[in-house]
Design a protein around this ligand. Structure first.
Ligand code: B12
Ligand code: SF4
Ligand code: SF4
Length: 324
C-alpha cells in the first residue's frame, strides 16, 4: 500500500501532519489546498452549457453556481483537506471477465456504500484536528468539484478518461473533502502533479459508446450515466454497447495502464457482496428482494425500475451474443 502524500503543514503546535492523521482515519491519500475560487469552474459551466450533463439536474441551476467557491458551503472555510480511499479488490477487470450470462456491476458498487465509509473517516479526521474549528464534510453529493480540488491538493492528475489518477495507486479511488476554518500551511512546491497520460489513448479507444474525447466525458453517451442516473428508457442506439453492464461502467479505468498493478484495499467494507451475479437470478428479483439484496450498497441508486430496465437490456444482449 502506498503511503499518504503528506503535505508539510503546521496545525498550531501539533507535530502530526494532516496526511498522517488521514492515514489513521483509513485514507490512502491526503492533501490540502487553500480555499479560493474553484479551479476549473469556468470549464464546468461550459460542460453544463453544452448539455453534456444530460438530465442530471443536481449538477445545474443553483447547484452549479454553488460550485464556484467552497465558501458557498462553509462561509468560514480557509482550507480544503482532500482525501482519497482505495476501493480496488483482487477480482478481475470487466475487460478480462468472460463468464456468460452474468451481469457486470461496476467495481465501486460491490461493497458497502462509500458515502457512509468516507463520511465516518472524515468526521474522525475533523475531530483529530481539534475542537476549535468550523468544518463541513463533503462526499460526492455536495456541490463541490471534487476531482479539481483533489488535483489542486496534489492527490493526482486528471486523466483523459476524466478520472483522478495517482501515480502510485491508480484511479480506483473515492474522493472526499473536509472544508475547515483552520488555515493549514502548505509546503512550497506542493500542488498538482504533472499529467502522465502522455500519448496514450487507451480509454478513448476502448469506450464502447465513444463518450470520451480527451479529458472530456459526454454523459449523454456514457453507460455509467445510463445505468445509474438516467430515469426512463436508455436510447436504443446504445443498447448493444451496454453489453452486460447493469450498474455503472469501468472500461475506461480497466484499460488504463496506471491501474495495471493497482493495489487492493484492506478495508473489508469494500469486499464484494455481489460479483458478476447471474442475469437470470437478477431478472427474477421482486422489488422487495432487490432492496434486500442490495441494501447498503450503491446499487439501490438505480431504483427497482432502472435496475429492471438494465437487466432486461443485458439479457437481450446475452441472447444476441453481444455481452462482451
Ligand atoms: C456527475 C458524476 C458522474 C457522471 C459524470 C462523470 C463525469 N466525468 O463528468 C457519471 C454518472 C457519468 C459518473 C460516472 C462515474 N463516476 Co462519478 N461523479 C459525478 C459527480 C457527482 C460530479 C462530477 C462532475 O461535476 N462532472 C462534471 C465534469 C465537468 O467534472 P469532473 O468530471 O469532476 O471534471 C473536473 C476536472 O476533471 C476538470 N476537467 C475535466 N475535464 C477538463 C477539461 C478541461 C479542458 C479543463 C480545463 C478542466 C477539465 O474540471 C472539471 C470540473 O471540476 C462526482 C462527485 C463530485 N461532487 O465531484 C462523482 C465522481 C467524479 N464519480 C466518481 C466515480 C467513482 C465514478 C465512476 C467510476 C462510477 C462507475 N464505475 O460507473 C464513473 C467514472 C466515469 C468517468 N470516466 O468519469 C468519483 C471519481 C473518483 C476518481 N478517481 O476520479 C467521484 C469524484 C465521486 C467520489 N466522491 O468519489 N459520475
Ligand atoms: S464509463 Fe464506460 S461508457 Fe462511460 S466513458 Fe468510461 S468507458 Fe465510456
Ligand atoms: S488510459 Fe491512457 S489516456 Fe486514458 S487516463 Fe489512462 S493513461 Fe490517460
Amino acid at each position: 500500500m502506498s503511503s499518504a502524500r503528506t503535505p508539510a503543514c503546521r496545525l498550531g503546535t501539533r507535530a502530526e501532519t494532516v496526511g498522517e492523521l488521514a492515514l489513521r482515519c483509513g485514507f490512502e491519500l491526503a492533501g490540502v489546498a487553500p480555499v479560493g475560487p474553484s479551479p476549473d469552474y469556468p470549464y464546468y459551466t461550459s460542460w453544463i452549457g453544452r448539455g453534456l450533463a444530460g438530465a442530471m439536474r443536481y449538477l445545474t441551476g443553483h447547484r452549479a453556481d454553488a460550485r464556484s467557491d467552497p465558501r458557498n458551503l462553509l462561509r468560514t472555510a480557509r482550507s480544503v483537506v482532500c482525501v482519497a480511499k482505495l476501493y480496488n479488490t483482487p477480482q478481475p477487470y470487466s475487460t478480462e471477465f468472460t463468464a456468460e450470462d452474468c451481469a457486470w456491476i461496476s467495481r465501486y458498487a460491490w461493497g458497502d456504500d462509500y458515502h457512509d465509509v468516507l463520511r465516518r473517516g472524515l468526521e474522525q479526521l475533523a475531530s483529530l484536528l481539534g475542537p476549535d474549528h468550523d468544518y463541513r464534510v463533503c462526499v460526492d453529493t455536495a456541490p463541490l468539484l471534487e476531482r479539481s480540488w483533489a488535483r489542486a491538493a496534489g492527490l493526482g492528475w486528471i486523466g483523459k478518461n476524466t478520472c483522478l489518477i495517482n501515480q502510485q495507486i491508480g484511479s480506483w479511488l473515492f474522493l472526499g473533502e473536509l472544508l475547515t476554518s483552520l488555515e493549514i500551511e502548505i509546503a512550497p512546491g506542493a500542488g498538482p502533479p504533472p499529467d502522465r497520460c502522455g500519448t496514450c489513448t487507451r480509454c478513448i479507444d476502448a469506450c464502447p459508446t465513444q463518450a470520451l474525447t480527451p479529458y472530456e466525458l459526454d454523459a449523454t453517451r456514457c453507460i455509467s450515466y445510463f445505468t445509474i442516473e438516467l430515469r426512463g428508457p436508455i436510447p436504443d442506439e446504445f443498447h448493444s454497447a451496454t453489453g452486460a453492464h447493469i450498474f455503472g461502467c469501468d472500461i475506461c479505468q480497466d484499460v488504463c495502464p496506471w491501474n495495471r498493478t493497482a493495489p487492493v484495499t484492506a478495508d473489508l467494507a469494500f469486499a464484494p457482496r455481489h460479483f458478476a451475479p447471474p442475469l437470470e437470478r437478477l431478472a427474477a428479483l421482486t422489488e422487495e428482494q432487490f432492496r434486500e439484496t442490495f441494501r447498503g450498497t450503491p446499487v439501490t441508486r438505480a431504483r427497482y425500475a432502472g435496475f429492471q430496465r438494465n437487466v432486461a437490456i443485458a439479457m437481450a444482449n446475452a441472447q444476441s451474443g453481444s455481452l462482451a
